[in-house]
Design a protein around this ligand. Structure first.
Ligand code: ADP
Ligand code: MG
Length: 323
C-alpha cells in the first residue's frame, strides 16, 4: 500500500501548489468559511492549512488517508461531470506518502479532537487532543523520501508563486470564503469572504483594477457567462490578467482568451490584453473531461460556439453606451 501510494502520489503531486490545491478544496468541501494557508520555503519545507470546516470525526481519521476509500465517483456518469474532476479519494493518501503530515481536527460534536501523524505513508501516532473546531494540516518536507522528485522542484520563490497563483484563483472562484495566505510569515493575500466577487478582485488586484470593472451576465445556447471585464483602459502585456472558471473551476483556455481578445480588439491597443474574471456556467456534458485531473486545460465539445458566445457577449457589453 505504501508503495502504491507513493506511485499514485507521483501522478497527483507535482509541487507544493498541488498539495495546497487538494487541501484547500477539501476545506471548502468541508464547509469552511475561513481558510488560512501558510508556507515556508515555497511550501517545500512546510505547508500549514487551517480551516473552520466540519472536521473529521476521530473514528474516520485513519480511513480518510486510505486510497479510494472516499471516492466521490459513484458511477461512470459521474465521470462526465466536470465538478467531479479531482483526485477521487487519493489526495490525502498521496500527500501522506511523500511528506511528513500532521493533522489536527475536531468536529463540533466532539469534546476532544484528534492529532494524527503519518510520515511516508506510515502512521506514526494517533491521539486525542484539545483543538478548535475544524481542521489543520501541517505538511512538511515534500518528497523527503523521493529524492528523484525533489530534484524537479523549482526554487522556493517559483514554488511560492505557483501557490499564490493557485490561491488567487481559488479566492476568485470562492468569494464566500475568507482566505489568508502567508509566505515565510509575510501576508500575500487576504480576502473578506463577503461573497462578492468584486470584493475579491479588489483584494487580489487592488483599487485601480476594482475601480475599472464592467459587470457581465450573458447567456446563449446553454452557456452563461458572468463576472467582470476590465475597462479597455486597464490592460496588460500578457494573459496574466485573464481568469476563466468553468463551473467554478479555474481553467486555461487559449480559445476563450482568443475570443476575449478579439472582442477587445477595437477598444485596446495592439499587443495589449484585457482584464477579465469570467465564470462559465455550463452543463457538464458539454465539456470533455478526458484530460488529466491536474491539468487546467479543458475542451468544450462545441468550441466554435463557445468562441462565438464569448465574443458576442463581451463585444456587446463593450459597446454599451454608459461605458
Ligand atoms: P476526497 O476529497 O476525494 O474525498 P481526499 O483524500 O481529498 O479525498 O480526502 C479524504 C476525506 O477526508 C474526505 O472525503 C473528507 O471526508 C476528509 N477530509 C479531508 N480534508 C478535510 C477537511 N479539511 N475537513 C473535513 N474533512 C476532510
Ligand atoms: Mg479531496
Amino acid at each position: 500500500q505504501v508503495t502504491i501510494d507513493k506511485i499514485a502520489a507521483g501522478e497527483v503531486i507535482e509541487r507544493p501548489a498541488s498539495i495546497v490545491k487538494e487541501l484547500v478544496e477539501n476545506a471548502i468541501d468541508a464547509g469552511a468559511t475561513s481558510v488560512k494557508v501558510e508556507i515556508k520555503d515555497g511550501g517545500i519545507s512546510l505547508i500549514r492549512i487551517m480551516d473552520n470546516g466540519c472536521g473529521i470525526p476521530h473514528e474516520e481519521v485513519r480511513s480518510a488517508f486510505l486510497r479510494h476509500s472516499t471516492s466521490k465517483i459513484q458511477s461512470v456518469e459521474d465521470l462526465v461531470h466536470i465538478s467531479s474532476l479531482g483526485f477521487r479519494g487519493e489526495a490525502l493518501s498521496s500527500i501522506a506518502a511523500v511528506t511528513q503530515t500532521e493533522l489536527i481536527t475536531k468536529t463540533a460534536e466532539e469534546e476532544l479532537g484528534t492529532r494524527y501523524v503519518i510520515e511516508g505513508g506510515r502512521e506514526v501516532s494517533i491521539e486525542e487532543t484539545g483543538a478548535p473546531n475544524g481542521t489543520t494540516f501541517l505538511v512538511r518536507q515534500l518528497f523527503y523520501n523521493v529524492p528523484a522528485r525533489r530534484k524537479f522542484l523549482k526554487t522556493p520563490m517559483t514554488e511560492a508563486g505557483h501557490v499564490q497563483d493557485l490561491l488567487m484563483h481559488l479566492a476568485l472562484s470562492h468569494p464566500e470564503v475568507a482566505f489568508i495566505f502567508l509566505n515565510n510569515g509575510q501576508e500575500k493575500l487576504r480576502t473578506s469572504g463577503s461573497g462578492k466577487l468584486k470584493d475579491v478582485i479588489y483584494n487580489v488586484y487592488g483599487r485601480d483594477v476594482a475601480a475599472n470593472l464592467i459587470d457581465i451576465d450573458y447567456e446563449k445556447g446553454g452557456l452563461r457567462i458572468t463576472g467582470y471585464l476590465g475597462k479597455p483602459v486597464i490592460t496588460r502585456g500578457n494573459r496574466n490578467f485573464e481568469n476563466f472558471f468553468v463551473n467554478g473551476r479555474y481553467v486555461k483556455s487559449p480559445m476563450i482568451s482568443k475570443s476575449l481578445e478579439d472582442a477587445y480588439r477595437d477598444f485596446t491597443m495592439q499587443h495589449k490584453f484585457p482584464f477579465a474574471v469570467l465564470h462559465f456556467h455550463v452543463d457538464g456534458e458539454q465539456i470533455d473531461v478526458n484530460v488529466h485531473p491536474t491539468k487546467m486545460e479543458l475542451r468544450f465539445q462545441r468550441q466554435q460556439e463557445v468562441y462565438n458566445t464569448v465574443f458576442e457577449g463581451v463585444h456587446r457589453r463593450l459597446l454599451e453606451p454608459e461605458l
